[in-house]
Design a binder for this molecule. Structure first.
Ligand SMILES: Nc1nc2c(c(=O)[nH]1)N[C@H]1C(S)=C(S)[C@@H](COP(=O)(O)O)O[C@H]1N2
Ligand SMILES: [Mo]
Length: 207
């Protein structure tokens, strides 16, 4: 049974070393960006199949098919928030609208102020990965990532940038912001992949 199908009354499963957090703390590095609707665009670039950059204005992004995913959020600093319903656009929708070139193996998800997180293409392509605009039916607040944040349910939450502006298709792996600063390149909470010193050959590019 998947995480999304947990029944009421059933004990929620926490990954090793995590503890339950009541409420929803705000965790990020740097200031909260101000949303400027006329300058905002969401872009997909890099190794696209057609070689072009694809962009969406905020209105265009909002008009894309809306879906929901129930998923937990696990911060590497050890708190977890369980059972949030994220609403937004499935990552797969973008893979269909702007397909990657066949050589694409990884993506870099870019956010305001140059924050970034790298993912294996398969992690981004998960049917549960979502570019979220809402949580539990309400629009995200500025500090939680409005207008768009990424949720990758099966990875630690630093792999889900808030204030996302684009996705770069890559033909080789490259470390993102926290992955360059001591965090694990893959970041699977169920395997407790917290720090880069735990990496095994094949988990990521040389540090
Ligand atoms: N742009 C940006 N996104 C970010 C971060 C950040 O520093 N900058 N921190 C990540 C981390 S470490 C966590 S735990 C989650 C926290 O999300 P929340 O503040 O909505 O709880 O955001 C992630 N997304
Ligand atoms: Mo975190």
């Amino acid at each position: 049974m998947g995480q999304s199908e947990r029944r009421e009354g059933e004990l929620a499963q926490l990954p090793p070393g995590q503890r339950l957090q009541r409420g929803w703390p705000v965790t990020h590095y740097g200031p909260v960006p101000k949303f400027k609707p006329d300058r905002w665009e969401f872009r997909i670039f890099g190794a696209t199949a057609d070689g072009d950059k694809h962009t969406w204005t905020h209105d265009e992004f909002t008009a894309l098919p809306y879906t929901t995913v129930v998923a937990d959020l696990h911060c590497v600093t050890k708190f977890s928030m369980l059972g949030a319903e994220w609403g937004g656009v499935a990552a797969r929708t973008f893979l269909e609208l702007a397909p990657p070139a066949p050589e694409t193996t990884h993506v870099m998800v870019w956010a305001e102020y140059g924050f970034s997180a790298n993912l294996r293409l398969a992690d981004f392509a998960s049917e549960r990965t979502i570019l979220a605009t809402h949580k539990d039916g309400e629009q995200l607040t500025a500090e939680h990532g409005f207008p768009v944040r990424l949720i990758v349910p099966h990875l630690y939450a630093w792999k889900g940038p808030k204030w996302v502006r684009g996705v770069e298709y890559m033909t080789a792996d490259r470390r993102g912001f926290w992955e360059e600063r001591g965090y694990h390149n893959v970041g699977d909470p169920w395997r407790e992949q917290r720090y880069s010193y735990q990496e095994e050959p094949g988990d990521g590019p040389e540090l």
